[in-house]
Design a protein around this ligand. Sequence first.
Ligand SMILES: Cc1ncc(COP(=O)(O)O)c(C=O)c1O
Length: 406
Amino acid sequence: MSSRFARRMDVMKASEIRELLKVTQRPEVISFGGGLPAPESFPIEEIKSVVTEVLEREGTRALQYSTTEGDPRLRAIIAQRMNSRLGTAVEADDILVTSGSQQGLDLTGKVMLDEGDEVLCESPTYLGAINALTAYRPRFVEVPTDDDGMIPAALEERLSHCNAAKLIYVIPTFQNPSGRTWSVERRIALLAAAARHGVTVIEDDPYGQLVYEGETPPSLASMAHGVPVVYLGTFSKIFCPGMRIGWLAAPRGIYEKYALVKQGADLHTSTFTQSALVGYLERHDIDAAIGRIRDLYRARRDAMLQALEAEFPPGVTWTRPRGGLFLWVTLPRHTNAREALVHALKRDVAFVPGGSFFPNGGHENTMRLNFSNMPEPRIREGMARLGAVLREMVAAAPAQNAAATP
Ligand SMILES: Cc1ncc(COP(=O)(O)O)c(C=O)c1O
């Protein structure tokens, strides 16, 4: 008998981690789990007045159907901001407003992937991208990645063994989940490999503006020189995620395909929230607000790094992100982070075990910690509890871990 559901549903699995993390809704839980911005950074008062003004000024237009590509005022602002920040040369017509950059990922699957096509990605990579693209039944090819980005020789080797490589999906700046940032050399190597193999690059950049120290290398979109790069951006982490406003910038020829499938997906992103965002951007200084968010998150990152030093057992290593929302922890080889989560939840602390970020599995001794959502005292308290869990686990299996460490 044929199944009631599409074949794609065979590969769509509910995440057991998601179920476990449902408890993070309880206020007593100290969550390093989700990628949630700090709610105190949301400009509630400004949004209240902007919404009233928009309704008075635009009337029913702000509530009517609108164009698939997005509000022309918003597209112009996004293009101008991209060009001044990233050194790109995009025009308003190259911008498609999306319902979060998550929609950009789903549309990417729709536009680009047939069943069995290969998607090359960092190892680890963003779980939401794995979920969005899995619906189109690709084969994920993980490319070994170090602190500077994908390793070029490994990328070349993987590409040469692909049958139908369609996409290279990367988050080159302050990556989710690892917090890493690619070097300029690795960016150049990636674009050269994409050009040689005729593969489209998806540059997902939700965190590029959340920089806490140092210079940020140029975006792939600004150095593409004819290599097809689709850039995904979002207001989720610099304004608020509940508005669900993101965008993509794509070269002509690709852009039209995205617009076509977006029409089928949702006709257009909410007219009202686009108008409200335009109102906010016209009346308020978003860059000053981003500056305040950076200060807030830098202090939280530092609190978490200090707690790692003080509380975590020997044999554990972690990244030191220069921006973004996450740091990445590697436990001794036989310490299982899923098991650690079960123990941590009993003490009202949550995080995401790192294995979820590898499309082909493994790496169960890794974890992702978010530092943006909790105030510093809660970070210190949660890290002390988590450190105690890990110290107990490592102490309980010292021989196993020692034997496995080269
Ligand atoms: C790498 C990456 N891409 C895309 C998204 C989706 O963001 P949004 O849909 O809110 O723009 C996220 C959210 O955390 C992310 O980390």
